[in-house]
Design a protein around this ligand. Structure first.
Ligand code: EPZ
Length: 430
């Protein structure tokens, strides 16, 4: 298994390109199931999760055509992929495929709304919490679906072959449930109102693509989505929005290592809460035409308390990276995780660098230390693993991060991007 080797101490300087958002690309790819015409996505990141979802879509009968692979410098540009679901050949999403990636459960929405039926394996738990699917199933039931669970599969059927519009109220904000019910509602008969919808930018990106495909959706980027179902959707072309979590991760890496980095293509409006916090910690952040510039002049990192929240709050997907930064702050920081119940797995690994972190329920108390020392550490989930890289950027001596397949799920060519900005970082094969 590949590992990443870092030697800490170099500042970051230069330009770092931001890829298309993984968490937007995945639902956009799934939306291709809604039409028999081609859906072309541009700015698609090269990630293991994207490849895995392609396998799942192919299994349903979707044709996947990758256009114009680019080489050299241009490799940092996103991919252009056309998905064509002329016929859905299989409405079953098997355990072997769904269990590898939770987002693949979302196919249940478009399959049910276009084909009137779907059999999708339950995704199961995952490292960061139990992550149930009750909101999805209650929402689909509200749209008239009959749902049965048998042998680990959800068997869903729309009586008469078509879902019926209804009001769906989520007990709490859920990104995946919003994506799924939105994709189910666009082909349902009549009006659906989704209340307490997630308004994460990736939901807005999906909604805009659906509108380009002929869907009727009002209230995009708000907590109430109103969808008037149409009989058919058509093909479209859509550019995946920039990855706000990748942007925030490299902004924190720069705040940690010091230096001056242009996060090319990054959009501050997608992560303002996190950038505001970073500014309070002492980093200087400006939106330029080409992207976001982050500078940190080495004057020390101030501790700032943070609580994760749904958008527009501080994202849970940046909590681990922020904790890594706070391990070097001049004082004590409290970090409260409110979205997932078990998202502190990076704490044990950060301790291996000499970090001082105590957990009490959902709150981590981080007491900054003057120096981290390089260590052998293990990635446990996607965002946790990149927090170890951030720590390694300043840790004295050598850091070896193992199990980096987690990183490859969501960070495109991380070692190249950081290496070009001056980090001493390499991938060790084997
Ligand atoms: C999405 O997961 C993201 N994944 C996550 O990013 C992200 O952390 C999360 O949203 C929150 O922003 C993708 O977009 C692929 P939720 P999702 O449903 O949709 C509870 C990453 O690292 N809940 O918004 O699965 C749930 O347990 C990943 O890229 C229910 O109780 O998250 C959680 O506590 C990790 N019942 C809360 O809601 C349900 O039926 C919010 O989860 C559904 C959710």
């Amino acid at each position: 298994m590949d590992r990443i080797r870092l030697v800490g101490g170099n500042p970051l300087n230069g330009e770092l390109p931001i890829s298309g958002a993984k968490n937007a690309a995945l639902p956009l790819m799934i939306a291709s199931l809604l039409t028999d015409e081609p859906l072309t996505l541009t700015n698609v990141p090269r990630l293991a999760d994207v490849t895995q979802l392609q396998r799942i879509l192919v299994n349903h009968g979707v044709g996947v055509a990758l256009e114009g692979r680019r080489r050299g410098e241009d490799d940092m540009l996103g991919q252009r992929i056309t998905f064509t679901a002329t016929d859905i050949v299989d409405t079953r999403a098997p355990y072997e495929l769904v269990s590898k990636m939770r987002a693949s459960f979302w196919v249940i929405g478009p399959l049910l709304s276009r084909e009137g039926q779907a059999q999708v394996s339950l995704p199961g738990g995952c490292a960061i919490g139990t992550r149930p699917v009750d909101f999805y199933l209650d929402g689909l039931r509200a749209l008239g679906a009959d749902i049965e669970i048998d042998a680990g599969y959800v068997h869903a059927r729309a009586p008469g072959g078509r879902l019926k519009g209804a009001t769906v109220h989520f007990p709490r904000v859920s990104v995946g449930a919003t994506h799924t019910i939105l994709m189910a509602a666009v082909l349902a008969e009549g009006r659906t109102v989704i209340e307490n919808a997630a308004c994460e930018p990736e939901v807005g990106d999906l909604a805009r693509c659906l509108v380009a495909m002929g869907a009727k959706i009002e209230g995009i980027d708000t907590h109430t989505l109103t969808v008037d179902g149409v009989e058919k959707l058509h093909g479209a072309k859509h550019a995946v929005l920039p990855d706000r979590i990748e942007t925030g991760t490299y902004a924190m890496a720069t705040a940690m290592a010091g230096g001056n980095v242009l996060l090319k293509g990054g959009r501050a409006d997608l992560l303002q809460a996190a950038l505001d916090v970073l500014g309070e910690t002492g980093a200087h952040i400006t939106q330029e035409e080409a992207g976001i510039r982050v500078t940190q002049n080495g004057n020390g990192i101030r501790p700032v308390d943070v609580e994760t929240d749904p958008f527009p709050g501080f994202p849970t997907d940046l909590q681990a990276q922020y904790m890594a930064l706070m391990t070097r702050a001049e004082g004590v920081t409290h970090i409260r995780e409110t979205i997932f119940e078990n998202r502190f797995m990076h704490v044990g690994e950060l301790a291996r660098f000499g970090a001082d972190i105590k957990i009490d329920g959902q709150v981590a108390t981080v007491t900054g230390v003057p120096e981290l020392t390089g260590a052998e550490v293990m990635a446990t989930d996607l965002r946790a693993s990149v927090s170890l890289v951030i720590a390694g950027l300043v840790a004295k001596g050598e850091t070896l991060v193992s199990r980096i397949y987690h990183l490859d799920r969501g960070f495109e060519r991380l070692e190249d991007k950081l290496g070009r900005c001056g980090a001493e970082i390499e991938r060790l094969a084997g």
